[in-house]
Design a binder for this molecule. Structure first.
Ligand code: SAH
Length: 348
């Protein structure tokens, strides 16, 4: 791709800004709407593609702007149908996104940062240092790429999106919100926000902000332990964002949104596999309607963490159910291509 330092990234412009730009050029403001539609709804990769715009105008755009599109560098398909995309950004950094098909759904798992701001000990992405936040268009493009793959390989459009790829979405909040706005807008993909889940390790301040903004998407929290000492040992940022702060923010979220909270939780041998751990989880989440997803551990090369045995999982399921908390035990998908939770780390 041509690198032109003085050219501006046209997808950083709002529709209104594009309208003003065309007016300032002595053209009609409406031209801004047309270009905006090409950029977002039609995902045009070049100005050349914009066939209802005159040749001269296309050349003028070419001279002043770039369209920084992502490129799917490599696509891997798992034996269970899962697809992993290695996505090259305009500055040659790479992130990964995953398409997860089930009988009734196709879910896109997208990245929000290159690397991650956090340092969870069990996660492969945490080993990469955080390089930068993704722009709204880079998040949007991952979704478009997966929607296209879903239509091509599974004959149906994408049905759900989870922000569970690389990065901590609430540490790139503004760009994630802008991307979701485009994804849900009729001028973008027109998807319902109810089909979108933002997953966070728990940044209390941002959870409050989301509650204040009355966002319509769903919230998932990667909890893994409801005991501070244990959580801090596996998720060190918990020393700063403690469980008490997180819990208060979640109470606030529930008061404002009345939206059920999902918790992601892995049970590891010798770390959080006792009755005391399960009881603490119940105490943490019973203030609001909650669902706990017990997720399978996907080993990342060293042996510090090991999935707990079935008896421990059953103990969790029993304890949660006895206390009226919905619980599901989830199997991982795409493990053979390192596409499962916590395995995204640019090995490809
Ligand atoms: N930073 C956000 C988004 C990442 S989501 C968050 O923490 O929610 C990725 C999910 O996979 C999180 O629930 C994370 O805790 C979980 N995870 C990370 N490493 C894992 C591993 N090796 N096996 C299973 N789940 C893992």
């Amino acid at each position: 791709m041509e690198v032109a330092k003085n050219k501006k990234d046209i997808r950083a412009y709002t529709k209104e800004q594009l309208r003003l730009f065309f007016e300032s050029q002595g053209d009609k403001a409406f031209r801004g709407n047309q270009v905006y539609e090409w950029l977002w709804q039609k995902s045009a990769h070049t100005f050349e593609d914009m066939t209802n715009i005159s040749k001269e105008t296309r050349q003028m755009l070419e001279d002043n702007f770039v369209i920084n599109h992502i490129k799917v560098d490599q696509m891997q398909r798992s034996s269970d149908g899962t697809i992993k995309n290695a996505v090259r950004l305009h500055d040659d950094l790479i992130v990964e996104s995953v398409l997860i098909p089930t009988k009734t759904r196709t879910t896109a798992c997208v990245s929000s940062q290159v690397g991650c701001s956090l340092d969870c000990k069990f996660c492969a992405t945490a080993r990469l240092k955080r390089m930068r936040n993704l722009n709204p268009d880079e998040i949007y493009d991952q979704v478009v790429a997966i929607d296209n793959e879903s239509r091509l390989y599974f004959d149906r459009p994408l049905s759900n999106i989870v922000f569970m790829g690389m990065g901590e979405p609430l540490m790139n909040y503004n760009n994630v919100i802008k991307a979701i706005d485009k994804i849900t807008s009729p001028e973008g993909l027109g998807m319902s926000p109810k089909r979108i889940t933002v997953s966070t390790s728990g940044v209390p301040k941002m959870i409050r902000k989301m509650a204040d903004e009355e966002v319509k998407f769903k919230l998932a929290v990667s909890l893994h332990s409801a005991i501070d000492e244990i959580r801090t040992s596996i998720m060190p940022f918990n020393a700063t964002f403690t469980l008490a702060d997180l819990r208060e923010a979640l109470e606030y979220w529930y008061q404002k949104t009345k939206s059920r909270i999902t918790y992601e939780y892995v049970v590891w041998e010798g770390i959080n596999d006792t009755q005391r751990d399960a009881n603490a989880l119940v105490d943490f989440c019973r203030f609001a309607p909650s669902k706990v997803n017990l997720i399978e551990y996907n080993p990342i090369d060293d042996g510090d963490f090991q999935q707990a045995n079935n008896a421990a999982i059953e103990m969790y399921v029993r304890t949660l159910e006895q206390n009226g908390i919905t619980v599901t035990v989830r199997r991982s998908r795409g493990k053979d291509i390192d596409a499962a939770c916590g395995q995204l780390a640019n090995k490809s």
